[in-house]
Write a protein that binds this ligand. Structure first.
Ligand SMILES: Cc1ncc(COP(=O)(O)O)c(C=O)c1O
Length: 429
């Protein structure tokens, strides 16, 4: 075969090309001296080494239990953990387990919640179908939508999250354009949105579910509630999930994860699915892996049943609260006197959403990014990635700053460098 004969890859591999997440990961590896306020990694010091050691000791001190954990599991995940997750969810929802109105068979365990997001997209979207998302939203999910050829349409947000009047107006517009049959999903990061840190107001949670049901007369419009940061609340109101407003349990898909509250390395996430989605999601998952790591599910089950989980999450929350405060204080200190910059104070999660004055762009190819990453050695996530490409709602002057991975000194130094870069960029205008 001559070397000049090139392989022909699938349309889907083309759609999945050049995702920003891979570029960011590569930048982090190649620029070790750069302080990364970009990485969504979690706090190193609070990772649960002792909790995992004790739980694994418990599993492997019993041969039969150890063998069970080391064997293949099932596509939907270990039954014991799925039962535990009902208890876990009931605790979060402040209701008795038997009032959850979902059985353990509706819990599907995945490799992080990311896999659940991807499986739901695979189960719902044909190329050209539509997903409604907040502007801005989790850019990796935008990549997933690209990867299946779906169209993301951005809905306006404010400090209370996605605007429900704008959501209803967009659905009416799509109906008038004859596109309603293509609209399959509303995607919401309901708690401390990645990237904006905003939590959807309680009344709006109810309204989004109502709107989805209203527009489900000819075809079900699902809501994917991505609650990745639910357990990272530092202050402010504890809000009910959007899922809790879905009385029939047929509209909201709830995606949760132990990555942020416990360990991303364990890669245990899960979906609580409407009954008729369990089959399609498990069929697709069967083709991918016929089950996520069984041992990790046994580990997490041991952690949950041992009572070690809740105190650990209390510690994690305290650590992040201090780091959030360290970032806000550093921003106040370093940006005092720099005109036109602003940022949002998050009540939870891992991110501060930051804007520079309008003519300044922050994208990978921008002078601002170059000044920050190369000259001043600090990295952020360009805000424009968090909007669907070409969206009229896309702003170009924003940044996502994470306080997850740096310690308090790193945060202070990172913000000092960022302020120097922004000052230099403003001076060039
Ligand atoms: C909003 C959101 N959803 C889902 C995920 C996926 O996380 P994991 O696959 O580790 O559960 C992340 C990770 O950063 C996230 O920020």
């Amino acid at each position: 075969m001559p070397d000049s004969v090139t392989p022909r890859f699938s349309q889907r591999s083309q759609w999945a090309k050049d995702q920003a997440i891979s570029f960011l990961m590569q930048q982090a590896v190649e620029n070790r001296d750069v302080i990364s306020l970009a990485a969504g990694l979690v706090d190193e010091a609070s990772l649960p080494v002792a909790e995992c050691r004790q739980s694994l000791d418990g599993i492997f001190s019993d041969d039969a239990r150890g063998r069970l954990a080391l064997q293949y599991g099932t596509t939907a995940g270990a039954d014991a953990l799925r039962e535990q997750l009902r208890i876990h969810l009931a605790r979060q929802e402040h209701c008795p387990v038997d009032e959850l109105k979902v059985g353990a068979h509706q819990f599907v365990l995945t490799t992080g919640s990311q896999q659940l997001l991807a499986l739901v997209a695979d189960a719902l979207f044909d190329p050209g179908d539509i997903c409604l998302v907040a502007a801005p939203t989790y850019f990796v999910f935008l990549g997933v939508l690209n990867g299946v050829g779906a169209r993301a349409i951005a809905i306006d947000t404010d400090e209370y999250g996605m605007k429900t009047d704008a959501l209803a107006a967009e659905l009416a517009r799509l109906q008038a354009a004859g596109e309603l049959p293509r609209v399959k999903l509303i995607y919401l990061v309901s708690y401390y949105e990645n990237p904006s840190g905003v939590s959807l107001a309680t009344e709006r949670r109810r309204e989004v579910v109502q709107i989805a049901k209203q527009w489900s007369q000819h075809q079900r419009l699902f809501v994917l509630e991505d609650a990745a940061y639910r357990e990272l609340r530092y202050d402010g109101e504890e809000r009910p999930s959007a899922w809790s407003f879905d009385n029939e349990r047929n509209t909201v898909i709830l995606a949760q994860t132990f990555s942020k509250s416990f360990s991303p390395g364990v890669r245990v996430g899960y979906g609580v699915l409407p009954r008729d989605l369990v089959g399609p999601v498990c069929d697709l998952k069967g083709n991918e892996d016929f089950g996520s790591a069984n041992m990790n599910q046994h580990l997490l089950n041991a952690v949950l049943t041992s009572g070690r989980y809740v105190p650990h999450v209390d510690q994690v929350r305290a650590a992040y609260r201090s780091k959030r405060d360290a970032m806000l204080q550093a921003l106040d200190r370093e940006f005092a006197g720099i005109p036109g910059v602003k940022w949002l104070r998050p009540e939870g999660g891992l991110y501060v959403w930051f804007s520079v004055p309008e003519p300044i762009e922050t994208g990978f190819a921008s002078r601002m990014f170059q000044l920050a990453a190369k000259t001043h050695q600090v990295m952020y996530v360009p805000g424009e990635l968090c909007y669907p490409g070409g969206s009229p709602r896309q702003h170009k002057n924003e940044m996502r700053l994470s306080f997850g991975v740096q310690n308090e000194l790193g945060i202070a130094e990172g913000i000092r460098r960022l302020a120097a870069a922004v000052r230099e960029r403003i001076a060039e205008l």
